[in-house]
Ligand binder design. Structure first.
Ligand code: FPP
Ligand code: MG
Length: 268
């Protein structure tokens, strides 16, 4: 009884601290687009002596937690790296679990009263979705169609994604569009950086410029994620925490650093 009471007090104290932190942060500049490389699920599972699949399932719980914190802060757009094209090289069992998890969670999130409806979030799945199993593609079509009129925020789930693939596709589309334009100097193709930029999956999904990219688990690589979008003004952070244990208290110093730099830029 006493233990239950202490646990209840702890939960209430944490909730209060979170509300306070969110209020303090919300009084400063808020980034429009934050992306996460959700890394470390398997190492977390090994460290906590759980099955690898449980690590991925706990990873989804962390995604939901972080998404809610970002939405409460009115961050317009959140992008997450859920499955790289390269991840198809993992074991069939792990891929199966990730595909089933993606299907179940996409369907769950599309339901009435869930987070996407509550916060007015449009969900986009970005990547070579044709490589995904048909039942996952069906769930994607469903959740994208259910949320397409939501206009308060955007969640980009990058699945079967790589930046090199995204950039190749964007260049192809930009060239095709240039060829369709009436061109006085015949046969000349002009493609600018802006043309390619406009054809990126994130741009077609209506995402604002990327301001913060976070990679968890202590690994300092970008792993072919949003390479074009990481511009001069994107702040990149590498955190030690494994993704399933990453939370608001890890995000706060990153956001404070962003606010300090924005204020610094405004003063100079
Ligand atoms: C990277 O950790 C994580 C993944 C490859 C999968 C990410 C998926 C989720 C967080 C949950 C599912 C999301 C949706 C939308 C259903 P890792 O496996 O590379 O772990 P490691 O770095 O410790 O080996
Ligand atoms: Mg990894």
């Amino acid at each position: 009884m006493l233990l239950r009471c202490l646990r209840w007090i702890r939960v209430k104290v944490v909730e209060k601290a979170e509300r306070l932190l969110l209020r303090v942060l919300a009084s400063g500049p808020i980034p429009r687009h934050v992306a996460f490389v959700m890394d470390g699920n398997r190492r977390y599972a090994r460290r906590t002596q759980q099955a690898i699949n449980q690590g991925h399932s706990d990873g989804f719980v962390a995604l939901r937690r972080l998404l809610e914190a970002c939405l409460r802060l009115q961050i317009q757009c959140v992008s997450v790296y859920a499955f790289a094209i390269d991840n198809f090289r993992r074991s069939p069992e792990e891929i199966d679990h990730l595909m089933n998890l993606a299907h179940d969670k996409l369907m769950e999130m599309s339901q009435h009263g869930q987070i996407l409806e509550e916060y007015g979030v449009r969900l986009n799945v970005l990547g070579k979705t044709a490589l995904l199993p048909e039942f996952v593609q069906e769930a994607i079509r469903h959740v994208e169609s259910v949320t397409r009129h939501n206009n308060k925020a955007i969640l980009n789930i990058c699945m079967s994604y790589s930046s090199q693939d995204e950039m190749t596709t964007a260049v192809e589309s930009a060239v095709r569009l240039s060829l369709e334009k009436p061109n006085p100097e015949d046969c000349e193709i002009t493609v600018t950086e802006d043309d390619v930029s406009a054809q990126l999956m994130t741009s077609l999904a209506g995402s604002p410029p990327l301001e913060i990219l976070v990679r968890t688990s202590g690994v300092k690589r970008l792993s072919d994620y949003l390479l074009w979008q990481c511009s001069e003004n994107t702040q990149i952070h590498f955190c030690k925490a494994y993704w399933p244990e990453f939370g608001l208290f890890d995000l706060v110093p990153i956001l404070l650093d962003y606010q300090r730099k924005i204020w610094g830029r405004r003063i100079s």
